[in-house]
Design a protein around this ligand. Structure first.
Ligand code: CAA
Length: 727
């Protein structure tokens, strides 16, 4: 923290300084309080500017210090915000970079707020299982009204400065020299009355239909929360700002904050925040890591194969301002892709403009379509995104060896194929890497980055850097069938089908998992993505077999239980939403309102009789245990095979790529909360009842952890043992 007195009207500049993001730790809060008091009592100081060091105002309260909240000696931010607001000298916040959480709350305590045009503001506490606890829930609605405050606080969204200006959060925007502009604003207002600028003295603006509005808003907030409590708590605090005087509202905010702070969901959400940052710091079993490997620059990339996935990857690269060569095999597919990509770019441009973001360089200018492999000569990176077929991919990689410069990175977008086999056909296997994007690739945040036996650490570092540049969350994983996400998904989906065979309906399974917190249950997801997608993948693995009449397909493949249910649905033309029928029926092809389908129920009972299965009633607990514990069990296998070194990496993948409810912290965190002995006992029970389902057999690593007394999650990686074969 530093204070300097500047300008003709003697403006004190207080600079928050706690790298890297000027988080408000106890030390920083105390220093801020001290500097505000110093400026208040210094008769020569007429006004005060508060800013942040290194171009960042503040990312809010120090998340790393949360475990100590409530301990003696911990500073509270709210009294300091009030101290600022009640000062008799004008206080001006000069916002550069970001003002999030407690950072924005400090700015709301100030009498004026000026920001750089590129800054962002927001109250993201809700994403950490909290509410803004330093007066944010009381001051923001008083400043911008309940509807806008509800939107910002219950979603935790980052608001660009241009939008914040329109909403009235900011008083002025500047293109540069934010602190200088704040000093001259402070000089201009140094003799203005402060009463009208103190939010604590304002009333929250009332809507004519306030009660009805709040009732409706509450239903919406609860629905969007999907079982997460913090949005509801934020709502209650904002509601208090409407009906209670300021001081009582602050009291209510505190009460709700403390209820949340020690809840299991807050712990899970805060763990998810840290898990993502921990897993971005990759390390290989060989010792190579993010610390030792430097990325190489990517100025120009190529994408081969412009289907849905390829199109999304092109858009992601363009948004990151990377020049792209987009290559297809024939003119017809090239033209189709051109139309689709241009339409997507227009939508992206429109959204950016609506969010007040500037388009530096029109994206299509960076894009070149071609049919010619010769156009790949100068690219720094190729991402091949053709369909999942090993022979086709090998043929392309063979060509790439000759077409690209030796230092070009050769990436394959695959969800389960062997990276080493693909690399084996190139003359530069150390340049080959897997990049598993998730559809729609320009929207979904996750990127699994798969290294092969020979992939160089520089290539991994470059892929991770690229992922960050594209605004994605990269997680480095080893090479095995399905990598992390899809490998764990297989036993989970298997259980969903076995549950239908045993007597459940798609509706019951979906309901159980949606109540657990997934936005869509597995059968709704299958209908949305298309049953043809899964069928093609199973066919590639030789699982589907020949088309057989109803009732005759054996429920075994290679001596293991196999459910042909999704194959039969596919073979009956039930591709999901796109055909208007799948596990559910829809009003029309492409419709998205799912209704129970008597055909499916009839088919399931016929299927059970054909296989002499006596349907039984299956409880919600059994559905959850069989689906979730088999997925978690595979996670333990992945850890012991060292496909990833940290459970945090698995959790980051599941939260950001597979819709796992963030407020449950991810599958491995959830396992640690449920208790490893319970998971082991249940798996043993289900495995005994189903000896032909190997995925239910408890993993050796899970057993080891239980035998060691179930150590906490952060100790698991040190107990993994040596590396096993991954394939
Ligand atoms: N406290 C402590 N550390 C923080 C932090 C915070 N509020 N915000 C970020 N950091 C740390 C990260 O952990 C990371 O540390 P490491 O280098 O050790 O991994 C480092 O700062 C850089 O962060 P990112 O890697 O996330 O950098 P980025 O540029 O991708 O993103 C960011 C920057 C947008 C600020 C992002 O870090 C972020 O969203 N931070 C959290 C913001 C937030 O939720 N604030 C509210 C906190 S709660 C509160 O303020 C009020 C209250 O009443 C309790």
């Amino acid at each position: 923290m530093a204070q300097a007195v500047r300008g003709s009207a003697r403006v004190a500049v207080i600079r928050l300084c706690n790298p890297p993001v000027n988080a408000l730790s106890t030390t920083t809060i105390r220093a801020l309080e001290q500097e505000v008091n110093r400026a208040n009592i210094d008769p020569t100081v007429k006004a005060v500017v508060i800013c942040g060091a290194n171009g960042k105002f503040s990312a809010g309260a120090d998340i790393k210090g949360f475990p100590n909240i409530g301990q003696p000696g911990m500073a509270s931010l709210e009294p300091v915000v009030s101290l600022i607001e009640n000062s008799e000298k004008p206080m001006v916040a000069a916002i550069e970079g970001m003002a999030f959480g407690g950072g924005l709350e400090v700015a709301l305590g100030c009498h004026y707020r000026i920001a750089n045009v590129k800054a962002r503001v927001g109250l993201p506490e809700v994403t950490l299982g909290l509410l803004p606890g330093a007066g944010g829930t009381q001051r923001l609605p008083r400043l911008i009204g309940v509807p806008a405050a509800l939107d910002i606080i219950t979603t935790g969204k980052h608001v660009p400065a241009t939008e914040a200006l329109k909403l009235g959060i900011l008083d002025e925007l500047v293109e540069e020299n934010t602190v200088e502009a704040a000093i001259s604003l402070a000089e201009r207002v140094s003799d203005q009355p402060l009463g009208p600028r103190r939010l604590c003295l304002k009333e929250t603006p009332k809507l004519p239909n306030m009660e009805a509005f709040l009732e409706e808003a509450f239903v919406k907030v609860k629905k969007q929360a999907n079982g997460c409590f913090s949005p509801e708590m934020c709502f209650q605090a904002i509601k208090a700002s409407v009906y209670l005087p300021f001081a009582e509202g602050i009291h209510k905010e505190r009460e709700l904050f403390l209820i949340q702070m020690f809840s299991g969901q807050a712990k899970a959400l805060q763990y998810a925040f840290t898990a993502q940052r921990v897993s971005e710091k990759w390390a290989l079993p060989t010792g190579a890591s993010w610390k030792t490997a430097a990325p190489q620059p990517i100025r120009k990339a190529a994408v081969i194969g412009l289907g849905t996935m390829g199109q999304g990857i092109v858009v992601s690269l363009l948004k990151a301002k990377i020049r792209v060569v987009a290559l297809e095999q024939d003119r017809k597919h090239l033209e189709l892709a051109r139309g689709a990509i241009m339409a997507r770019l227009e939508r992206v441009a429109l959204r950016m403009q609506q969010n007040g973001l500037k388009l530096d360089g029109y994206m299509p200018d960076l894009l070149h379509f071609t049919l010619d492999f010769g156009a790949l000569k100068g690219v720094d990176l190729v991402i091949e995104a053709v369909f999942e077929n090993m022979a086709v991919k090998k043929e392309i990689f063979h060509k790439l060896s000759a077409a690209c410069k030796p230092e070009a990175i050769l990436a394959t977008n695959t969800s389960y194929l062997d990276i080493d086999e693909i690399a084996s056909v190139t003359s530069h296997p150390h340049q080959v890497i897997g990049t598993h994007f998730f559809a729609p690739a320009h929207i979904m945040p996750l990127l699994e980055i798969i290294y092969g036996q020979q992939t160089s650490p520089t290539v991994i570092a470059t892929a991770m850097k690229l992922s960050k540049t594209m605004g994605k969350i990269g997680v480095v994983v080893g090479n095995c069938f399905g990598f992390v996400g899809n490998r764990m998904l297989n036993p989970y989906l298997e259980q969903c089908y076995f549950l239908l065979e045993d007597g459940s309906t798609p509706e019951e399974v979906d309901k159980a998992l949606e109540e657990f917190g997934f936005k869509l249950g597995p059968f709704r997801v299958a209908d949305y993505t298309g049953l043809d997608v899964g069928w093609r993948s199973r066919e590639g693995q030789g699982l589907t077999g020949a088309k057989l009449p109803l009732g005759t397909p054996p429920r075994q493949r290679d001596g293991r239980r196999y459910s042909p249910l999704p194959d039969i649905l596919y073979e009956n033309g039930r591709y999901g939403q796109k055909r208007g029928k799948g596990w559910y029926q829809y009003d029309k092809p492409g419709g998205n309102v799912a209704k129970s389908d008597p055909w499916v129920h009839g088919f399931l009972s016929e299927y059970r009789s054909a296989h002499r299965i006596v349907a039984r009633t299956i409880t919600q607990d059994e559905i959850l245990e069989r689906c979730l514990y088999s997925l978690i069990n595979e996670g333990f296998r992945i850890l012991s095979d060292r496909i990833v070194s940290l459970p945090e990496a698995i959790d980051t993948i599941y939260i950001n790529g597979y819709g796992w409810p963030r407020h449950n912290g991810g599958p491995m965190f959830y396992a640690s909360v449920v208790g490893l002995p319970r998971i082991l006992t249940k798996l043993q029970k289900y495995a005994e009842a189903n000896p032909d389902i190997p995925s239910l057999q408890p993993s050796a690593f899970l057993k080891k952890l239980v035998a060691l007394g179930s150590p906490p999650l952060k100790e698991w990686s040190s107990l993994q043992g040596s590396q096993h074969s991954r394939l």
